[in-house]
Design a binder for this molecule. Structure first.
Ligand SMILES: Cc1cc2nc3c(=O)[nH]c(=O)nc-3n(C[C@H](O)[C@H](O)[C@H](O)COP(=O)(O)OP(=O)(O)OC[C@H]3O[C@@H](n4cnc5c(N)ncnc54)[C@H](O)[C@@H]3O)c2cc1C
Length: 628
């Protein structure tokens, strides 16, 4: 590089050495080294054994595992860049509102009638490490039932017992500090839930005193309690760790899977580039991808890189179906409208979109305990103490969003029988996307029947309440019957897809949320809560009828919380599946998917831990078909 004069070079080396020393002292990844390990476009090989499309959360897992064999060459192509800001690994980066737009694709949904025509917020990561680099670090899993219903939908070997070994393979758990565990009665069962994988699951160093009262109040209203959510019992109330290492820094795909593998000679990572299409030979075998530099015009030059064994799509819920459609795999009519030659008519590509719509309920505690979360801003002495503690990596600043969850089964909600009856008797077709074919409607009815038959079970949550000692919180709907789409923009196939969440379109979804608000109010009115004197400030106690609550929901809910999924679902082909249980794409060879888009029915959990399990399993499946 011509601009690097000897003086600048010396200074750069000095800074690099200083950075490395500081990095070692504070446990930071030394990002200069990481940058050096990227492969620039002009140094790519013409051909690799495997090409992984997307170096997000799942892509780095798959790439790490496939490159464990030094005789297999692997290329990862990632649209985003590294985020080297040390703040991005601090617990404070997990809080909603701090999620940086530069690390997200710039996409919006179409107006949502179920949200009074407001737009649904779209979260699709665009950074090395993907969602795991920017997410809220809540690190839980679904209940066994969440995964067993995938199996019931025609996907053998994808139930809980099969996935548990992959959950374990991905994660190492460290128990909380003993005094904290005793004081708050934190429970876990590491033996049943965890292994010794590269991602660290840890409890922060602190919890707010009010949390004890909230737990007592949950017991009082009869919420079932579980010792360990991550062992298949993620229903009722349970403790859950954060995706953090022992010094409370983000533990994510980059640190867990990329860093240890990045010096392998057989692994290349190209960043700041977009995969446009997968190319096929005359026997419909995927043979190559076309790649274009990010932020260049549609007609800018592309490079073509070949894959001799397999191309693995890990571009996430939004772009895995996007790439499939651009490559000629998708709903025939849509592709023809866009002028794309149809290779395989796969109506399920870009449909079946699901997320977890959320509502914020607001309260004040008129007689709150001290200290409480507001003490960090309202009480100078406490704030100084907390900052001092944090210099030793201790205290309240180690907290992420939450470590306590309620995933309420339908049977714990008021009016559950009426809701179930409505689910069975409604004309579901009326609420499905207009683009759905008869086959897709049939597929959804199968999903609906599986869901409704599992709703009355105690071991299957439908609504999540996050609680962390604060008054008010998110109430998150975990099992929507509404389905959306993320389909090709036929006037510009490189523009972001047309995203329609169809949030709240199915009235059963709103009925369940109304019941959840009633449950929350019952919790806040319990005897145990009296010492805090909770007062609801939004939607407010004058909002009482179902109609009033629904109006509030439609006015303020969001379409999701970053858990979008299911747009290239694993299912039998006759149920509009896109991939088979071995994750290969129907109708072609040499192409598979390893990200969250393969999920058929969204689990009642934050999705990060599930993505690690899926990607670990994907890597094993891919390896098993390329033994020789
Ligand atoms: C803001 C936010 C908060 C969240 N909070 C939590 C939480 O607290 N707990 C939890 O469990 N889960 C959370 N999640 C969800 C979880 O992080 C995601 O479900 C998960 O990371 C998705 O993994 P993935 O591999 O499927 O996709 P991603 O991690 O999104 O990876 C896809 C990658 O593909 C790249 N890409 C896309 N198109 C192309 C292309 N054409 N060519 C090359 N590369 C491409 C993208 O840049 C991206 O890096 C959150 C997600 C978000 C976005």
């Amino acid at each position: 590089m011509a601009w690097l004069t000897p003086t600048v070079l010396k200074l750069t080396q000095l800074l690099a050495a200083l950075g490395a020393a500081l990095g070692a002292a504070y446990g930071y990844v030394h990002t200069t080294d990481l940058k050096a390990r990227q492969t620039p476009a002009h140094e790519l090989s013409a051909s690799y054994d495997y090409i992984v499309v997307g170096g997000g959360q799942s892509g780095l897992v798959v790439a790490n595992r496939l490159s464990e064999n030094p005789n297999r060459s692997v290329l990862v192509v990632e649209y985003g860049y590294f985020d080297d800001n040390p703040a991005q690994v601090e617990p404070s980066s997990s809080v909603p509102g701090t999620w940086l737009q530069k690390n997200l694709f710039n996409a919006t949904s179409v107006p949502q009638p179920g949200l009074n025509n407001r737009l649904g917020q779209v979260y699709a990561a665009a950074v090395v490490g993907g969602g795991s680099t920017i997410n809220g670090m809540v690190f839980d899993r679904g209940s066994a039932e969440d995964y067993d219903i995938w199996e019931r939908f025609g996907n053998p070997s994808w139930g809980w017992e099969d996935l548990l070994s992959y959950f374990k393979k991905s994660t190492t758990f460290t128990p909380p500090r003993p005094e904290l565990a005793r004081e708050f009665n934190i429970t876990w069962d590491a033996e049943r839930a965890y292994g010794n994988g590269p991602i660290q699951a840890n409890f922060p160093d602190w919890q707010w005193p009010t949390l004890k009262i909230q737990w007592d109040a949950l017991k009082e209203i009869g919420m079932p309690m579980n010792v360990e959510g991550a062992a298949g019992d993620a229903w009722g109330a349970y403790w859950t760790p954060s995706a953090m290492d022992a010094s409370y820094r983000r533990s994510y795909s980059r640190t867990g899977y990329w860093v240890p593998a990045s010096s392998r000679k057989n692994l290349h990572l190209l960043i700041g580039h977009r995969v446009n299409e997968v190319l096929f030979n005359s026997r419909k075998r995927a043979t190559a991808v076309t790649i274009q530099e990010r932020d260049t015009p549609n007609d800018a030059p592309r490079i073509t890189v070949k894959a001799t064994r397999e191309i693995v799509l890990c571009a996430g819920w939004l772009h895995t179906p996007h790439i499939l459609q651009r490559s000629g795999l998708g709903p025939q009519e849509r592709l023809e409208e866009a002028g794309i030659e149809v290779l395989v008519d796969l109506p399920g590509v870009g449909s079946n979109l699901q997320d977890h719509p959320a509502f914020t309920i607001e309260y004040q505690y008129l007689t709150d305990l001290f200290p409480n979360p507001s003490s960090l801003t309202d009480n100078a002495t406490f704030s100084v103490w907390a900052n001092e503690q944090w210099t030793q990596r201790r205290g309240p600043m180690s907290l992420g969003i939450t470590n306590s969850l309620v995933t309420a089964p339908l049977v714990t909600l008021p009016s559950y029988r009426t809701i179930l009856r409505k689910g069975y008797t409604q004309n579901v077709e009326a609420y499905l996307p207009k683009t759905y074919s008869a086959q897709q409607v049939k597929s959804f009815i199968t999903q609906r029947n599986i869901l409704l038959s599992s709703f009355p079970r105690l071991n299957n949550g439908v609504v999540e309440i996050i609680f962390a000692g604060k008054p008010g919180t998110w109430i998150i709907f975990m099992k929507p019957l509404s389905r959306g789409t993320a389909l090709l923009n036929t006037t510009d196939i490189y523009a972001e897809p047309i995203i329609d969440y169809n949030t709240n379109i199915n009235p059963v979804d709103l009925d369940i949320m109304v019941s959840a608000i009633t449950l929350y109010r019952r919790w806040m009115s319990s005897k145990a809560m009296e010492q805090l004197t909770p007062v609801e400030t939004f939607p407010g106690l004058n909002v009482t009828t179902n109609e009033q609550i629904i109006a509030s929901l439609k006015n303020t809910m969001g379409s999701g919380v970053g858990h979008s999924c299911c747009t290239a679902a694993m299912a039998p082909r006759e149920l509009s599946g896109v991939v088979a249980p071995d994750l290969t794409v129907y109708g072609v060879t040499g192409l598979s998917i390893g990200d969250l888009s393969i999920v058929p029915i969204i689990p009642a959990t934050h999705t990060c831990a599930t993505v690690y399990a899926i990607a670990e399993k994907a890597a094993d499946l891919i390896k098993s078909r390329h033994i020789s």
